[in-house]
Write a protein of this length. Structure first.
Ligand code: MG
Ligand code: MG
Ligand code: MG
Length: 307
């Protein structure tokens, strides 16, 4: 049996069984030390898988830190320290300088620091970040309760449109197109939500693979049914313009587009905070599965091995 036959998530389940660990399977692993909760997570970016050599290295450095911070935030925590393992060919040193200046800018923005790492030679560039954060209260994917509302931060689908635009390699991009590209190359982890998530969220996940697949993780782990209303899913003006221009369906981008790094979370309606850009997109109910306007929703997001 090949990995592609069970997919990324099937493989994670097998590894979880081999290691017989209960801590595997959330955005971060919560570790208790001296009655404090620390969060551990790791995420990597690999050339030709997550980025192309022609991308600005500063942006790659920014993004690899951001995607790890995003997992810490979705667990209700703040980022503290990171280790960076870099594997790369014999490139110009200036490339690595630029990559690390992006890493440094991101760490300053998020309030964390790189405290070590590893270097190895390889055919392609691979950047692996291990991150540690801390939390007052660990928020998992498993705490959603029937009666909660389902929320997302920001707008969805922008990063997928940005990636497509970037791969067009056009000479000239319009203003709204540049904004979408920026959403793909320089996503910002939602540290402005840390307090809110940590205080009020019953369950939370960051949207790295796409709403249609990430919502299933909350549904499966919380053993609840999620009912999403299609017309409530927040779409940006830029994505509307993009879809109009190319004859595409923005909802499709919002559902299947990965790498938005927005937050999907649940809590009672009276915890809604009008000062944050959150939208109620549906309800948490008794039952199982994820439904879109009453129809079972199939996961269409990113799976490393099923593509
Ligand atoms: Mg995550
Ligand atoms: Mg990860
Ligand atoms: Mg992640």
């Amino acid at each position: 049996m090949r990995i592609s036959q069970i997919g990324e998530f099937g493989l994670i389940e097998r590894l979880k069984n081999i290691l017989s660990s209960q801590l595997i399977g959330d955005d971060t692993a919560p570790i208790q030390i001296d009655s404090k909760t620390f969060l551990l997570t790791t995420d990597s970016m690999i050339e030709d898988r997550h980025f192309k050599r022609f991308y600005p290295p500063q942006a790659i450095g920014w993004k690899v830190i951001s995607i790890n911070v995003s997992d810490v935030v979705s667990s209700g925590g703040t980022p503290l320290y990171a280790l960076v393992s870099l594997a790369l060919p014999d490139l110009e040193v200036s490339y690595v300088d630029a990559l690390y200046s992006g890493i440094k800018t991101a760490c300053e923005f998020y309030g964390c620091q790189v405290v070590g790492g590893n270097l190895a030679k390889s055919e392609k560039i691979s950047i692996d970040v291990f991150m540690m954060g801390k939390a007052e209260r660990f928020v998992s994917r498993a705490g959603a309760r029937p009666g909660d509302k389902l929320y997302v931060s920001g707008t969805l689908g922008d990063a997928k449109a940005g990636l497509e635009l970037l791969l067009f390699e056009k000479k000239h991009y319009e203003e709204f197109e540049l904004k979408l590209i920026e959403r793909h190359t320089r996503p910002t982890a939602r540290i402005d939500y840390i307090k809110h998530i940590s205080k009020y969220a019953n369950a939370c996940i960051d949207l790295s693979d796409g709403l249609s697949s990430d919502a299933w993780h909350i549904s499966n782990m919380s053993r609840v049914r999620l009912s999403i209303k299609k017309d409530k899913i927040p779409i940006s003006q830029e994505l509307y313009l993009f879809c109009k221009k190319h004859g595409k369906d923005p909802t499709q981008y919002a559902l299947s587009g990965g790498e938005d790094y927005q937050l999907l979370f649940t809590h009672p309606k009276d915890r809604y905070n009008p000062f944050l850009d959150m939208t109620i997109i549906g309800d948490v109910e008794e039952g199982t599965g994820v439904y879109l306007n009453g129809e079972l929703m199939h996961p269409e997001g990113f799976d490393h091995f099923k593509l």
